[in-house]
Design a protein around this ligand. Structure first.
Ligand code: NAD
Length: 389
């Protein structure tokens, strides 16, 4: 079948299998072009099919020679309907890593369930015995409580006051003002339940109880802070409460695994185009401006460059892990540089529908978004039939 991008309300409903495989190959090629490093060797990635989780997996596998087991929740394709991009990414990654002589497997299941933890632990025992790194990179709008089955839904809302800011519709190329009503206080807890650290802790507890954590193991989860512009809707909004919880959980985990000399950290990453960030109001427009400014300064990075820098420079650097005053790894250090944020603040007001193309890098935003779904690669002939299974 011929597949084309099908975009509705900022969500792309289709994916191209060959394009997804090429995107994975390009990230592998980037890591192979960099010096090797001596990092983790037996890795569990929870949420490793797209975005930051996938790039973490690629960096550890091809940069440090790690075997990787990935847990993600993706939809398979049929003859007429494409799978989700993560499904094609996993297949491509597992094939390419295995061809390179690395252990690489993916389990397609709900990472929030106890049953999935059991399956993963059995597979860890068979593949590795124990793991020395757990990357926890889930982004989900919902989470069923693994004990009661109650479904929690997260929301992205400010607290206390209406938030009004400019936002872009990338498909239409229009910039309009959006207002988001503040969350009801009852919406905070479910957001923390979904995107906070509770599930991360449950994973570490299950792995420890099953005795599959290597002494000195490390575990990572990802967070975001961001600029003043998005503060009210992101860091000081409902999702920010969840990220605070995630960051506090890192400390709890480190305490819980003291006897194993284990360590849990949160890395605060840069705002990038992923399937999750594209649905956050205001963020796509901010990213479009940020990319332009960071490119002009020669410091632009994508997911793979960020994850490679994190492992090589911040974690496996041959000395202590580099942390901020609050014990977090900061990969948003370049995004948050004063000169970068000064430019963002200075140029933000000049963005209108008319100036969108000239004053921001909306083209890279759009092209990155398409590439997440395997579209927009010049190497691929999209007019050809492709097998969606
Ligand atoms: P993403 O949407 O690209 O990836 C999410 C992953 O979670 C996918 O592998 C998906 O399959 C998996 N997943 C979701 N629900 C699942 C379930 N029930 N069971 C198993 N797997 C499931 O997202 P991303 O942007 O890479 O986000 C990963 C983390 O990085 C999040 O914590 C996010 O807040 C953080 N982060 C993102 C950005 C950004 O700009 N994208 C910036 C900083 C931090």
């Amino acid at each position: 079948m011929i597949v084309e991008p099908k975009i509705r309300n900022g969500i792309c409903m289709s994916a191209h299998p060959e394009g997804c495989a090429l995107a994975v190959q390009k990230e592998i090629d980037y890591v192979k072009s960099q010096p090797k490093y001596n990092g983790a060797k037996k890795v569990l990635v929870v949420g490793g099919s797209t975005g930051y989780g996938l790039s973490s997996r690629i960096s550890l596998a091809f940069g440090s020679g790690a075997g990787t087991l990935n847990i993600s929740f993706e939809k398979e394709g049929s003859e007429k309907k494409p799978a989700t991009p993560g499904y094609y990414n996993n297949r491509a990654f597992d094939e390419k890593a295995q061809a390179a002589g690395l252990i690489a497997e993916s389990i397609n299941a709900d990472a929030f369930s106890h049953e999935t933890r059991k399956i993963a632990i059995e597979r860890i025992k068979e593949l590795f015995g124990k793991v020395d790194m757990i990357v926890y990179s889930l982004a989900s709008p919902v989470r069923p409580d693994p004990d009661t089955g109650e479904l929690y839904k997260s929301c992205l809302k400010p607290l206390g006051e209406v938030y009004t800011a400019k936002s872009v519709n990338p498909e239409k190329g229009t910039v309009t003002e959006v207002s988001i009503e503040p969350a009801d206080p009852s919406e905070i807890e479910p957001t923390v339940k979904v995107m906070g650290g509770e599930d991360w802790m449950l994973w570490i507890k299950a792995l420890k109880e099953a005795d599959v954590l290597e002494a000195g193991f490390k575990t990572l989860a990802y967070s975001y802070i961001g600029p003043e512009l998005t503060m009210a809707v992101y860091r000081k909004g409902t999702i920010g409460k969840a990220k605070e919880h995630l960051e506090a959980t890192a400390k709890e985990i480190t305490d819980y695994v003291k006897d194993l000399n284990g360590n849990a950290w949160v890395s605060v990453n840069k705002a990038l185009v992923t399937r999750s960030s594209s649905v956050i109001p205001v963020v796509p427009l901010y990213i479009s401006l940020l990319f332009k400014i960071m490119k002009e300064k020669g410091i632009h990075e994508g997911c793979i460059e960020q994850m490679q820098r994190m492992f090589v420079e911040k974690i496996y650097n041959g000395a202590d892990v580099i942390l901020d005053n609050e014990g977090r790894i900061r990969l948003d250090d370049w995004e948050m540089r004063e000169d970068v944020q000064d430019e963002v603040a200075k140029q933000w007001d000049s963005i209108t529908t008319e100036t969108l193309a000239s004053n921001t890098d909306i083209e890279t935003y759009k092209s990155d978004f398409l590439k997440l779904h395997g579209f927009g690669f010049s190497e691929i002939d999209y007019s050809k039939d492709v097998d969606l299974l």
